[in-house]
Design a protein around this ligand. Structure first.
Ligand code: ADP
Ligand code: MG
Length: 381
């Protein structure tokens, strides 16, 4: 893990409203799949929490440190605003203790906020009756945990069929569907075994099948692959992406591994000290971090993986303009494509935008120069 603990100085920068409006993918009239508005989760005596919330309401600072020193309460969440669009994959990253699990557990009502509003598809959770909430968890907002939390006394197929049972599906139909899902995660042969007989990776695949089977609109995943080795983790990430894409799900995925976040996310929310300190696409976070904390996540390898032809070609319009070349590449082509092309031929690549406008040119010299700059570039912090 590359994340460093946030310094107090970093967080001071973010004490204002942490989410720029233009980071939201949503049009104003579209109901988000999930929304959290000004959510606080404070731990402490009831009296202290009430006093702290009153102080926040009257404009006092609401960062963790202030809430601790001035009011003796611990802010697991210190004012979180987050809207997740339908069919978006939003990944939450942050150091241990930053509030990731607390945040995701608010999204299906496992934890209630001390203050603020959580809504699923526009429906507030705070006034939802207990049974409706249980139904929501079993059928509308599925959750996968780091330790799979499979029922140990139920067979694999019974685990997968569980949500379907809650949904009221008839026995034959639910076992047929559970079998189909076990097939999708390539575990049909293990249907009648118990979870303890399966490896960690297999258990996580059962967890995925169990969560997808009732066809929830939204999936919440709290570090589901963190305990697995890197190769297994990658294959489960692929499987997850394929399933989310094929079944058009909305997903919120927690991880402490920024490379995993970059691989999976449409947008990433970076958390520190109970707050979202930056929210944006992987490229926005990696190439335009707003604090040293966020910058610390992006390793050279991650920067390389997100680099595209336009990043190299931009501002290189003057390079060998006299030369004409029929070899074209789109600006969003990954760096690997540029390298592969120039490895094969010593040519000058014409980089174009989708509108056919010239972005610039890249030849071997420009590529080498760029790689050199990239290796030496310091972050602005
Ligand atoms: P993360 O998932 O990012 O590691 P968590 O959301 O689990 O962090 O926890 C955030 C902080 O809130 C941690 O410092 C944790 O100790 C604290 N916390 C979580 N639950 C409780 C609780 N029930 N009582 C007191 N503190 C808690
Ligand atoms: Mg956690």
């Amino acid at each position: 893990m590359t994340a460093l603990l946030a310094t107090h100085q970093d967080l001071i920068e973010t004490d204002a409203h942490p989410i720029p409006e233009d980071c939201l993918l949503l049009a104003p009239d579209v109901i988000p799949a999930l929304s959290l508005d000004r959510v606080y989760k404070l731990f402490g005596s009831r009296r202290r929490v009430r006093a702290a919330l009153a102080a926040i309401a009257s404009g006092a600072r609401s960062d963790r440190e202030t809430l601790k020193s001035a009011h003796g309460v611990f802010a697991a969440l210190a004012g979180v605003d987050l809207h997740v669009a339908t069919r978006e994959i939003l990944v939450i990253v942050g150091a241990s203790g930053s509030g990731k699990s607390t945040l995701i557990r608010h999204m299906n009502g496992l934890i209630h906020p001390s203050h603020g509003r959580v809504a699923v598809a526009g429906e507030p959770l705070d006034c939802m009756p207990r049974r409706a909430m249980q139904r929501l968890r079993a059928t509308q907002v599925g959750m996968v945990f780091q330790s799979t939390s499979l029922f140990p006394h139920r067979t694999v197929i019974d685990n997968v069929a569980f949500g379907l049972e809650v949904k009221g599906m008839a026995r034959d139909a639910r076992y047929a569907l559970a079998r189909l899902w076990l097939d999708r995660v390539e575990l049909s042969k293990w249907a009648n075994h118990y979870p303890a007989e399966l490896s960690g990776g297999m258990q996580q695949r059962v967890g995925l099948a169990r969560t997808f089977a009732p066809d929830p609109e939204t999936l919440l995943l709290d570090e589901p692959f963190s305990a697995l080795d890197p190769i297994l983790r990658r294959s489960l990430q692929d499987q997850f992406l394929a399933l989310v894409g094929a079944f058009q799900k909305t997903a919120v995925f927690v991880t402490h591994d920024f490379a995993e976040a970059v691989r999976l996310a449409d947008r990433i929310a970076v958390m520190a000290e109970g707050r979202i300190v930056q929210l944006g696409t992987p490229r926005e976070l990696v190439f335009h971090p707003t604090s040293s904390y966020v910058a610390s996540f992006a390793t050279p390898e991650i920067r390389r993986s997100l680099m595209c032809a336009a990043d190299i070609a931009a501002g290189r319009e003057r390079v060998r303009l006299q030369e004409t070349s029929s070899a074209c590449l789109l600006g969003d082509a990954p760096l690997a494509d540029v390298v592969a092309r120039l490895q094969r031929e010593d040519i000058c690549l014409h980089i174009k935008g989708v509108d056919d406008q010239t972005i610039g040119w890249i030849d071997r010299h420009v590529l080498l120069q760029h790689v050199g700059e990239m290796l030496c570039t310091q972050t602005p912090f």
